[in-house]
Design a protein around this ligand. Structure first.
Ligand SMILES: C[S@@+](CC[C@H](N)C(=O)[O-])C[C@H]1O[C@@H](n2cnc3c(N)ncnc32)[C@H](O)[C@@H]1O
Length: 422
């Protein structure tokens, strides 16, 4: 019942807020409260049902399941963490809307000769792919180095072949990723074949991979030397997509893009990297489900790796995440989607790059229990250790609760508005 009524209540409040100037701040704040608590509760209930439906036919009870998201691109569900890897509304669209659009690429990065990118939690690569699309569409012709951090090697190696919605229009995206990963693809051909041979998985991959694998299965065993295998795979790849490649202009070929995969815990990898990055994507699982990549200590490492004009982008709106980013040294702002809803967080060393800074309300929320962040001093604690420590600090905290803060904030705003209108 509550789930059915919620959208109506939210919509009515929002419409009222648009028409009543005097009370708009109050209603918008209430809307925000609903947004972060009630709305999310209702949405997560709805989302769970959609996921359940999407996974109904799946026979794969392994670490992850494939599913089609609503924009037709393939997404994943993790059975261990019990979390989605991508928005069910569109895996491809999410990469573009939440990670590329906020970068303001044409203004901030286009004139750079070289861009260094850190894609934390590469998965099947939607954020990197969206960036490659941006590079093509804006005709950026500098050098791009992408360090892709992901501990599930299998996903990374599957990424060029996934039905991601890019292949028809931008085959060179898959090509450049394939080229960067070819050695690992060959070394891991057995485990990859296991996935491709499974009939129920085949609909999630571009058809060219099936033909690649068939030919590989037929020929593969007679070529045991790595060099031959590599040349062989390249040939088949070009054979499969060459028709499309002929239609692409030279300019659009991503010849100066290098992708380096790092198959390890991102906490380990970032301690070994010594570059200064211009763009950082942080796309870890939901903080409360897997807090390992959301701690203040992880963010301090990211701060060290950020260039002065860098931008770090994440989908999280959490007050605790924003608080940890601020305490790690970043200036922090908000990201909005096309309908004006807050859809993530952006952080930089350079305050001028923050287009939508946090509001008084956001800062207030950060100083409540909602702003208590995760700690992982040696960057090697388990998720359970991090959560236990967090719960202990939260229980012993005498900070105001977030709901009390929101109630008072709305009341004070109302009083201020009354005073102004008198
Ligand atoms: C929400 S998904 C990211 C989806 C991804 N950006 C994509 O486009 O497919 C989170 C990813 O983080 C990876 N991951 C989780 N914890 C990690 C860690 N500590 N180090 C490296 N990768 C991690 C998971 O394997 C998963 O692929």
């Amino acid at each position: 019942m509550i789930t059915q009524l919620a959208p109506c209540i939210i919509l009515s409040l929002y419409i009222v807020s648009l028409y009543c100037d005097n009370i708009c701040v109050t209603y918008r704040d209430i809307f925000y409260l609903i947004d972060i608590k009630f709305y999310n509760l209702c949405m997560s209930d709805k989302i769970d049902k959609i996921i359940e439906k999407k996974l109904k036919d799946s026979t794969n009870k392994e670490l992850y399941n494939f599913l089609f998201t609503n924009d037709g691109s393939v997404g994943l569900y993790n059975n261990d963490v019990k979390d989605i890897y991508h928005s069910i509304f569109g895996a491809k669209d999410e990469g573009w809307q939440k990670f590329i659009k906020p970068l303001n690429f044409d203004k901030v990065f286009f004139n750079k000769k070289e861009i260094n990118v850190l894609d934390i939690c590469y998965g099947i690569g939607y954020n990197t792919k969206a960036l490659l699309k941006k590079i093509i569409t804006s005709s950026y012709n500098g050098r791009v180095f992408i360090d892709a951090l992901e501990y599930n090697k299998e996903l990374v190696l599957l990424s060029p072949f996934i039905k991601d919605g890019y292949f028809k229009t931008y085959p060179e995206i898959s090509q450049v990723i394939c080229k960067s990963l070819i050695d690992s693809i060959i070394l891991n051909k057995n485990s990859l074949s296991r996935i491709f041979i499974n009939k129920s998985n085949q609909k999630y991959f571009e058809p060219f991979y099936n033909s690649l694998i068939k030919k590989y299965k037929y020929w593969g065993y007679s070529y045991s030397i790595l060099r031959h295998n590599k040349a062989f795979l390249h040939n088949i790849y070009y054979h499969c997509i060459s028709q499309r490649m002929k239609t692409t202009s030279k300019q659009r070929i991503l010849k100066d893009v290098t992708i380096n995969p790092h198959f390890d815990d991102a906490r380990v990898t970032i301690q070994k990297l010594d570059k200064q990055y211009d763009i950082i994507f942080l796309d870890a699982f939901t903080p409360s489900k897997l807090p390992t990549l959301w701690s203040i200590d992880f963010f301090k490492q990211l701060y060290k790796l950020s260039s002065y004009n860098s931008l770090l982008v994440t989908y999280s709106n959490s007050a605790a995440v924003r608080h940890a980013l601020i305490d790690a040294g970043f200036y922090v702002g908000k990201i909005f989607d096309t309908s004006g809803r807050s859809s993530g967080t952006i952080a930089s060393k350079n305050t001028l790059l923050i287009e939508h800074p946090l509001t008084d309300f956001d800062f207030g929320l950060i100083n409540t229990t909602a702003g208590i962040y995760y700690k992982d001093e040696n960057l090697n604690s388990t998720a359970k250790e991090i959560i236990d420590d967090y719960n202990k600090r939260r229980q012993n905290s005498n900070l105001e609760s977030s709901s009390k803060f929101i109630k008072n904030f709305s009341k004070n705003k109302q009083e201020n508005n009354d005073a102004i209108s008198c």
